[in-house]
Design a protein around this ligand. Structure first.
Ligand code: TYM
Length: 389
């Protein structure tokens, strides 16, 4: 099922066109995050994270059930991930920042999957050593954001397959080729690795249940492009004895061009976490804005933050204070700020963020082993099978 509407395409491998999020909720069959659920967040976290206040996270499956279980004393585990096709960009960290908030407030364990297998299979021109190396590089970005090493388990698919394979084949046995073709839009000419891969992405939903020897609820924060994987995983879960994984879905942070999601395939419109700060500044200074052709017109008629990529950067990541964000919107509309000033301010914020992040990222190299799913944990997961043999 490929939702394709006036150019809108949302699959795990392609996001294009103007995204209508209401329509996605209907097409994917998810639920909007309503006031009742926001109230639950308020109650359990003592406030509302800016990404919930701004409806950056806007949709879910079974989040109400996650809270119900929590209130009955069953804590949830978190699961998210990254396909290491190259360096991490700012869009990728939008769901990770929310995941970090959930880890901190609920003291929740996180499984973080790096799908070096998926990216090797998907991109004709990628070698396996490249995606395996990128997985370890991308892990540094996650660690640098401040996740707790005691509560975070990073999974490198290719290196850790010993723990994943026996679960993946149980998942795979319950999915037909025609389901995968329909859900992911695969063609007969696509390689068979891609057909099997969704079984691998389902596995981390169940790892904590296997380690604990009882069912543990799992909540997946990610942008909505990953939802096709969860549709398949949810269908299979009860058939192999697990709870269905729950999801909370985010919108896409746009790129610096005119419309469209931030995408590594357009590097000039995309700030990577490894970009030299000066280069990121240049990308921002060249960005598409909602400004008028001349300063005079801008002062007289005001700009249009609604279509401005710079405003979106503030909205998604770089201005967490709602009052200040609103003031910026009004200044832009009223012609009190010109695009040059607004870009310069953002460029400063982004380059300061990158400088600090890159320092932490280098320090993370020494911590990587501590975060990886250990040999002992992998043996334990495998023994959940071997003990029954
Ligand atoms: P990947 O590498 O495409 O994306 C990593 C995460 O970033 C989200 N994302 C975005 N969020 C906001 N704005 C954007 N512009 C944007 N672009 C991407 C994605 O939804 C994702 O959460 N197959 C996966 C890897 C994976 C995974 C997971 C992701 C394995 N297990 C569990 C999420 C949850 C992938 O290639 O992600």
């Amino acid at each position: 099922m490929e939702p394709e509407d006036r150019g809108m395409v949302v699959t795990p491998w392609k996001v294009e066109g103007e995204i209508d999020y209401e329509k996605l909720i209907r097409q994917f069959g998810t639920q909007p995050i309503g006031d009742e659920l926001l109230e639950k967040f308020r109650k359990h976290t003592g406030g509302l994270h800016y990404q919930l206040r701004r409806k950056i996270f806007f949709s879910h499956r079974d989040l109400d059930w996650i809270f119900r279980k929590l209130e009955e004393g069953e804590k949830f585990v978190l699961y998210t991930g990254r396909g290491p096709s190259g360096p991490v960009h700012l869009g990728h960290i939008v769901p990770w920042i929310f995941t970090l908030h959930l880890q901190e407030t609920f003291k929740a364990k996180l499984y973080f999957q790096l799908t070096d297998d998926e990216k090797y299979l998907y991109h004709d021109d990628f070698s396996l050593p490249y995606t395996v190396r990128m997985a370890r590089e991308n892990a540094l970005d996650l660690i640098a954001l401040g996740f707790d090493p005691k509560l975070t388990k990073i999974i490198l698919d290719v290196e850790h397959i010993d723990a994943l394979y026996h679960v993946a084949i149980q998942v795979a046995k319950h999915i037909t080729g025609s389901t995968i073709k329909a859900v992911f839009g695969l063609k007969d000419s696509d390689n068979i690795g891609l057909t099997f891969f969704p079984a691998i992405q389902a596995v981390p939903c169940f790892l904590e249940s296997l380690l604990q020897g009882r069912n543990v609820p799992c909540l997946i924060p990610a942008a909505i492009d990953q939802d096709p994987y969860w549709r398949v995983a949810r269908d299979v879960a009860p058939k192999i004895g697990f709870y269905k994984p729950a999801q909370i879905h985010s919108r896409f942070m746009p790129g610096l061009g005119r419309g469209g999601k931030m995408s590594a395939s357009q590097p000039e419109t995309c700030v990577f976490l490894t970009d030299p700060p000066e280069e990121a500044k240049k990308k921002i200074m060249n960005a598409f804005t909602g400004g008028r052709p001349t300063a005079e017109e801008q002062r007289k008629l005001g700009g249009n933050p609604e279509v401005c990529s710079i405003y979106q950067y503030y909205f998604f990541l770089f201005e967490r204070d709602d009052g200040k964000l609103k003031a910026l919107w009004e200044k832009c509309r009223g012609g009190a700020i010109l695009c040059g000033e607004c870009k310069l301010e953002l460029a400063g914020r982004v380059s300061r963020f990158l400088e600090q992040h890159q320092e932490k990222r280098e320090r993370a190299r020494d911590k990587l082993e501590e975060f990886l799913l250990s040999g002992e944990e992998r043996r334990q997961i495998l023994s959940s099978l071997l003990s029954k043999v």
